[in-house]
Ligand binder design. Structure first.
Ligand SMILES: [Zn+2]
Length: 319
């Protein structure tokens, strides 16, 4: 059996901590929060948040956590009125704390959807990391866990009175991210482009960049209603005001590192001078997964690399 740790965040942090332990999934409880008439947030354990559309047309999940939690997720869905197996799954990105349930849900009949690059990442595996101190090997998944349907830019699934729209944002948390909009319920699931555990992990090794994270957050803020319910990849349900603060943090810290790069400073100097300033206190709590040094590395690696890939850019409204 493959070793499973609490979540990619903790797994990666464990690289520096001796005696990392497997999470005891038997103790995990799935908490549900209603977001709209047919839409729910499912949370539990240390995996990524799940957004679920539950109604007469069946169940659609955005992300699916760890495989050992699948039965608990199914029980929670039943409690919300689901009477059939999960019909559709959309993956926001390839990290296994969001996709590990793919195989079990697919075997039970679900169709898996994802952006093209995500499928490639799942099939090849690789070394996730920030290009610096945070790295971890990710194994390729079994063929049955791969999305059967992939898309380049936008996918729309019509069910339960909702036009569920997955939109690809290039080179953000990874190179295969999607943000999923639920226009009728006035909600959006952002995957790990928006997290609430502190400075975000950006998988530079898998094509992530802070520029793409910023472009994606700006686009969401441009497209959504002011009272939209925002589901982050990890952490509690959020809103526009909190997302704006997070975006400002990404912009300010990026600007600090870009300025230091321009001034010819080395990464070591940037760390020593703690150039991320006051944002560190707020976004790098004690024992942070991505502490100030790790986030400085992330920004440094992101900003000094010349990416040929597309970044953000204007999009047509999707709501
Ligand atoms: Zn992730």
């Amino acid at each position: 059996m493959r070793q499973r740790l609490a979540c990619l965040a903790i797994l990666l942090a464990a690289a520096t901590v001796a005696g990392a332990q497997e999470q005891d999934f038997s103790k995990v409880e799935i908490k549900t929060t209603q977001l709209g008439p047919n839409l729910y947030l499912l949370q539990g354990g240390a995996g990524g948040n799940i957004t679920a559309s539950v109604g007469a047309d069946g169940v659609l999940l955005v992300d699916n956590q760890f495989a050992p939690l699948a039965d608990k997720i199914r029980a929670a869905l039943k409690g919300l009125g689901a009477d059939k197996p999960v019909r559709y799954v959309i993956n926001t990105h390839y990290h296994y704390d969001h996709t590990d349930g793919n195989l079990t849900f697919a075997q039970a009949g679900a169709t898996l959807f994802a952006q093209d690059n995500l499928r490639t990442r799942l099939s090849t595996g690789g070394t996730a990391g920030n290009g610096g101190s945070i790295t971890r090997e990710i194994k390729p998944v079994e063929p049955g866990a791969l999305p059967q349907v992939t898309f380049d830019q936008v996918l729309t699934v019509h069910l339960n009175g909702e036009d569920v729209r997955a939109v690809h944002y290039p080179n953000a948390h990874t190179d295969g991210d999607s943000i999923v909009y639920f226009p009728q319920a006035n909600a959006v699931a952002m995957g790990d482009i928006y997290v609430r555990y502190g400075f975000p992990f950006i998988d530079i090794n898998a094509g992530g960049t802070v520029q793409g994270m910023i472009a994606a957050c700006e686009d969401v803020l441009r497209l959504v209603h002011p009272d939209v319910k925002i589901v982050p990849g990890h952490g509690e349900l959020s809103n526009v005001e909190e997302l704006r603060t997070y975006l400002k943090m990404l912009q300010d810290t990026s600007a600090a590192v870009a300025g230091a790069l321009k001034a010819g400073k080395t990464l070591a100097q940037m760390k020593q001078e703690r150039i991320l300033g006051a944002w560190s206190e707020r976004y790098s709590p004690p024992k942070a997964f991505v502490d100030t040094d790790a986030f400085t590395e992330t920004l440094y690696n992101s900003l000094r690399t010349t990416h040929t890939a597309r970044h953000g850019g204007p999009r047509r409204p999707v709501k």
